[in-house]
Design a protein around this ligand. Structure first.
Ligand SMILES: Cc1cc2nc3c(=O)[nH]c(=O)nc-3n(C[C@H](O)[C@H](O)[C@H](O)COP(=O)(O)OP(=O)(O)OC[C@H]3O[C@@H](n4cnc5c(N)ncnc54)[C@H](O)[C@@H]3O)c2cc1C
Ligand code: FES
Length: 395
């Protein structure tokens, strides 16, 4: 038997197990012994959760249509997941060596979540889409996902007399949660729902929406329009463009002031906005949620380490904005209590004022032209390109 020298024994206590195994294989090789087969009963390690994300478990995967699924997410600790109807969660998936963040809206209000304390998000497959295809093809009960949020302000405040919800394709997702919540919680609110899809097979939550309007016939008016309608179709026909929206809205008994919530693909949203403005609806009464993916991380990858001063609550923190990190990632990694929510440029929670220096942002993002002109940046998708001072403005 090969006698081990005392320094190997001492070193053994100091070095990781894998190094000991590798060193033993080298020594065994020198002694002419072939290595034993290597078995590991340890589960393969899961990468550490992303900073600031919580790990939620997929409790169920439900097929909604031929190209959409719902995931029921639960907190493994049993803690309830809080959110408001209309808000979204950011799922961060590690795919092909990258972390891809995508937003998915809650498709049920908290009060209707099943099991209680869970959240249901619904994902429609986008042709060529990396995350939506992956989830549609691979998501399974038991999966753990890194999740940020809830985020977003596409929510109903107070008790409007009339809500008009207009959606296209997957844009129905937050609207079905808002409709269900308003009908259950706001007895004096009338709800009009206008949803556009390509074909009958593409309609998400068709039965849920029908059940809502049947349960509240005096308060809920539901109308579907299809690009390609089957012969027995009783809804509207035509792409949900400006002309179709104008025609369908004119046929609805909408009276008095109303709040309009619009969600769907860009061209549909632009068309609907035009139709609403042409009807005399005030721009302030139109609320929109755009479902666009964040751009590639090109801006974030540029440059080396940069010194940044972050001012939060009047206190100054000196941070190194590391290459390949956003300002937010660097700040959180260096224990700065920087605010954030979606981490993908969609909610504005990480907004800071640029007092000095320069920060590049990934596009598109939710900053308005007005905010940009006032020098606001989003730290979750921003990278300092020279020494900078950023401040969280006190509200
Ligand atoms: C606030 C918010 C809430 C959202 N909520 C939902 C939701 O509840 N359900 C849902 O299914 N999606 C939702 N989305 C869209 C979702 O976040 C992703 O953008 C979508 O799943 C596509 O991601 P992907 O990785 O599959 O596609 P990517 O790989 O990012 O994109 C692939 C291609 O598809 C195009 N594309 C990206 N998004 C869309 C889209 N929505 N429609 C058509 N083409 C697109 C891109 O321009 C690109 O050409 C939401 C987006 C935002 C910003
Ligand atoms: S955290 Fe939502 S925009 Fe930055």
């Amino acid at each position: 038997m090969l006698k081990r020298s005392p320094w190997i024994e001492r070193a053994r206590a100091l070095v990781p197990t894998q190094w000991v195994r590798d060193a033993r294989m080298v020594l065994d090789g020198l002694a002419g012994r072939s290595p034993p087969p290597f078995f590991s009963t340890a589960p393969s390690p899961r990468p550490a959760a992303l900073l600031g994300a919580r790990s939620l478990r997929v409790a169920a995967v439900t097929r909604e249509t031929h190209d959409a699924i719902s995931l029921t997410l639960v907190d493994p600790s049993g803690a309830p997941i809080h959110y408001r109807p209309g808000q979204f969660f950011t799922l961060a998936l590690r795919l092909g060596g990258e972390v891809l963040r995508r937003a998915y809206s809650a498709s049920l209000p908290m009060e209707a979540a099943s099991p209680p304390g869970s959240v249901r998000v619904t994902i429609k497959r986008v042709a060529g889409g990396r995350v939506s295809q992956h989830l549609n093809d691979r998501a399974a009960a038991g999966d753990l996902l890194d999740v940020f949020g809830p985020s977003g302000s596409f929510v109903v405040e107070g008790s409007p007399a009339t809500l008009v919800l207009i959606g296209g394709g997957s844009g129905v997702t937050p609207l079905v949660a808002i409709a269900r919540d308003a009908l259950a919680r706001l007895p004096d609110t009338r709800v009009f729902v206008l949803i556009g899809n390509r074909s009958a097979a593409d309609i998400l939550f068709r039965d849920e929406l029908a059940a809502l309007s049947e349960a509240h016939p005096a308060r809920c008016t539901l109308r579907h329009v299809l690009d390609a309608a089957p012969p027995d179709w009783t809804g509207g026909v035509g792409r949900l463009d400006a002309a179709t929206a104008a025609r369908e809205l004119a046929a609805m008994p909408i009276e008095g002031p109303a709040e309009y919530l619009v969600c769907g693909p860009e061209p549909m949203m632009d068309a609907v906005r035009g139709a609403l403005l042409a009807r005399g609806v005030a721009a302030a009464s139109i609320r929109e949620e755009r479902f666009s993916s964040p751009a590639a991380h090109a801006a974030v990858d540029a440059g080396g380490d940069v010194a940044v001063t972050v001012v939060v609550g009047g206190r100054r923190y000196e941070v190194v904005n590391r290459a390949h990190e956003t300002v937010l990632e660097s700040a959180l990694g260096q224990r700065v209590p920087a605010p954030y929510s979606c981490t993908m440029g969609g909610c504005g929670a990480c907004r800071m004022k640029l007092r000095e220096g320069a920060v590049t942002l990934e596009e598109p993002n939710c900053l308005t032209a007005d905010e940009r002109s006032q020098g606001y940046v989003l730290t979750c998708i921003g990278r300092a390109t020279r020494p900078s001072v950023l401040e969280v403005e006190r509200s």
